[in-house]
Design a protein. Structure first.
Length: 206
C-alpha cells in the first residue's frame, strides 16, 4: 500500500465514513486539520458536502488554502476531491463568490430544471459513468460500475482533457476529473459499496 492518506478534516461533512472505508481496504489514514499537518501530507483526500463558499471560507479560516495549493502544485502530492471537495478544486461556482483552489480550470454550475418533466434538484441516486480514457484510478472499474451522487452543482471544465468521466442527469456532466496529480470525484466513493472501495483502493495504491 502507498503512503499514509491525509483526510482534510475541516468541519464540512462527516469524514467518518471515509475513514471507515479506508480501514476496510487497509489504507493507512490520518486526519489533517492544521497547516502543519497538510505540510506533512503524502497523499490528500479533500471531502465536503454543502455550499461552495462555506467550504472555501472554512478552509481559509483554518489557514489550509495556501498549504493545500503548495503541497499539490509545488510538491506534487496527489489529491482526491470528493463531492464538494471536487468542486472546490475549480476556480469558483455560481453558487457563491469566493474563489476556489484553482487546481482545475473550470467553474461550477447548477443543474437547470428546464425539461419536461423537470429535473429534481439535488440530483440524488446511483449512476453509471462514461470513462474518457483509462487511468490508474479506474483500475478494475468498468461501464457497469455504479456510484452514489448527491449534488445540485457540477463542475464545468475549461479543458476537455481534464474530464476523466461523465454521467448523465438531464445533461452529460463531469463526474470525475484528472490533471497530473489532481483527481476529483463528484460522487461519494465512501457510499458506493464495492465500486467506491475499488476506487479508493486505487487512489491508495497510486
Amino acid at each position: 500500500m502507498g503512503p499514509v492518506i491525509s483526510v482534510v478534516s475541516y468541519g464540512v461533512g462527516n469524514v467518518g465514513s471515509i475513514f471507515s472505508m479506508l480501514r476496510k481496504i487497509g489504507a493507512p489514514a490520518v486526519a489533517a486539520a492544521t497547516p502543519s499537518e497538510i505540510d506533512q501530507a503524502e497523499k490528500i483526500i479533500l471531502p465536503g458536502i454543502g455550499a461552495f463558499d462555506h467550504g472555501m471560507e472554512t478552509l481559509d479560516a483554518r489557514g489550509l488554502v495556501e498549504p493545500l495549493r503548495k503541497r499539490v502544485t509545488q510538491d506534487g502530492v496527489p489529491i482526491l476531491g470528493i463531492c464538494l471537495g471536487m468542486q472546490l478544486l475549480g476556480q469558483g461556482s455560481e453558487e457563491g463568490v469566493r474563489p476556489g483552489l484553482a487546481l482545475i480550470d473550470g467553474h461550477c454550475e447548477r443543474f437547470r430544471s428546464n425539461g419536461h418533466p423537470p429535473l429534481k434538484i439535488p440530483h440524488m441516486g446511483w449512476k453509471e459513468l462514461r470513462f474518457s480514457r483509462s487511468a490508474p484510478l479506474l483500475n478494475e472499474l468498468n461501464a457497469e460500475s455504479r456510484f452514489y451522487f448527491v449534488h445540485s452543482y457540477h463542475l464545468v471544465c475549461d479543458h476537455v482533457g481534464d474530464v476523466l468521466a461523465t454521467a448523465h442527469y438531464g445533461i452529460d456532466f463531469t463526474a470525475m476529473v484528472e490533471r497530473a496529480n489532481v483527481w476529483g470525484a463528484q460522487f461519494h466513493p465512501e457510499k458506493s459499496h464495492r465500486f467506491g472501495m475499488t476506487l479508493l483502493n486505487n487512489f491508495a495504491a497510486l
